[in-house]
Ligand binder design. Structure first.
Ligand code: NI
Length: 193
């Protein structure tokens, strides 16, 4: 029996050594995961407001000449007002989907576009700009918050995640921002011209 007990003791010792190795390893692994998580959040937050790959939203739209908000040069499908409102509505819709359990889908495509080519009032234009910026900031805050699980399916969705929705917003915004810049150039209203 002493032999068996001896073997058991060795096994016990080995197990304990393994446990010590594991516990030494775990925090480092956790640190790496946390670091990667933070890096991913920072990348997505930056992507939502990126000026590394292209010009920024404010630079294109902030000082858009008031008399050209409804203008549509030959071949342009949308006015600046339509594109601005479309950007705002689509972004709002996605943000609402991310955080509102009672989210209701808008009519597609009519619900995602304003009624006319022109803003009804000067204030409507300003309000659209303000809301777009505020919603973008809210989405960035949601992504940056460590309590937000970027990979969990949104409970009231069909498998979509916050990460997917944030990437969708970034992609959609970049697409229409490029359209806005081209529109402004076609209207001869780009200051750099
Ligand atoms: Ni669109």
């Amino acid at each position: 029996m002493p032999k068996k007990r001896g073997q058991r003791a060795v096994r016990k010792k080995k197990r304990r050594a393994k446990k010590v190795r594991q516990s030494a390893r775990r925090p480092r692994k956790q640190r790496a995961v946390t670091k990667n998580d933070q890096a991913l959040r920072q990348h997505v937050v930056k992507l939502l407001d990126w000026r590394d790959a292209h010009i920024g939203f404010d630079q294109v739209i902030a000082d858009w000449p008031a008399e050209l908000r409804a203008a549509k040069p030959a071949g342009a499908p949308h006015s600046a007002w339509q594109l601005l409102e479309h950007l705002r509505i689509a972004q709002w819709d996605i943000l609402d989907f991310c955080r509102n359990p009672k989210y209701k889908e808008l009519d597609f495509p009519a619900g995602y576009w304003p009624a006319g080519d022109a803003p009804p009032t000067d204030d409507a234009w300003k309000e659209s700009l303000r809301a777009f910026r505020a919603d973008l900031a809210a989405l960035q805050k949601l992504v940056a918050n460590p309590a937000t699980d970027l990979f969990a399916p949104i409970p009231h969705g069909q498998g979509q995640t916050i990460l997917r929705e944030a990437l969708l917003v970034a992609d959609h915004n970049a697409y229409h921002l490029g359209q806005l810049l081209l529109l402004r150039r076609l209207l001869g209203a780009w200051p750099a011209d």
